[in-house]
Design a protein around this ligand. Structure first.
Ligand code: ADP
Length: 192
């Protein structure tokens, strides 16, 4: 199986690149943010639970997020592999994911991290907020809080994969196609 963690701060381009990677490698795309938004839209119990955290730009608690993620993986028993987008966001989530995947005799192949400077992120997110109905992209203080949460709680997850020699950083500023090409080159290098 090819299981990729696509990593990076909010606004780094994970969603855009995931869509392209899914098509190229026939993987299942699992975005925790998308699953939460779907649940909020449909007013499920999970959505009600996640909403206040998301609205403030904070992380949904690990226990909730981890069981949701495991359920989503289990919904795709025939997948050739997964792109995890927006997960893991804490070291506890990364540990849980390793354990869960090894119980299925598989594991993470590679973490690909998109690196983008903070002011560029803020610019991109506010632009997305103006063009979409994502409330967490409309307010600059919430956008900045998400980046702060990323720096304080999520950035450290890179070390988790770095210790396993699975971490690769890619410059996330430039042409979408050029960034995609670099991501593909890293994936193909691990398969060689
Ligand atoms: P972005 O990367 O632009 O912040 P996402 O769609 O990945 O967008 O996430 C939106 C929100 O969903 C986060 O701010 C957080 O509240 C929640 N969320 C998504 N993934 C996780 C996760 N793995 N753990 C905790 N909360 C999460």
């Amino acid at each position: 199986m090819l299981n990729i963690v696509l990593f990076g701060p909010p606004g780094a381009g994970k969603g855009t690149q995931s869509a392209k990677l899914v098509e190229r490698y026939s993987l299942a795309h699992l975005s925790t943010g998308d699953v939460f938004r779907y649940n909020i839209k449909n007013n499920t119990e999970l959505g009600q639970l996640a909403k206040s955290y998301m609205d403030a730009g904070n992380l949904v608690p690990d226990s909730v997020t981890i069981s949701m993620l495991e359920a989503e993986v289990n919904k795709n028993p025939d997948a050739k592999g997964f792109i995890f987008d927006g997960f893991p966001r804490t070291t506890a989530q990364a540990g849980a994911l390793d354990e869960f995947l090894s119980s299925k005799n598989t594991g993470i192949s590679l973490m690909l991290a998109l690196e983008v400077p903070e002011e560029e992120l803020v610019k991109r997110l506010l632009l997305r907020g103006a063009e979409s109905d994502r409330a967490d992209d409309k307010d600059e203080s919430i956008v900045r809080n998400r980046i702060k949460v990323y720096n304080e709680q999520t950035a450290v997850v890179a070390d988790f994969y770095s210790k396993q020699n699975k971490f690769k950083a890619i410059e996330g500023v430039g042409e979408i196609e050029a960034i995609f090409g670099q991501l593909c080159a890293e994936i193909e290098a691990t398969q060689a």
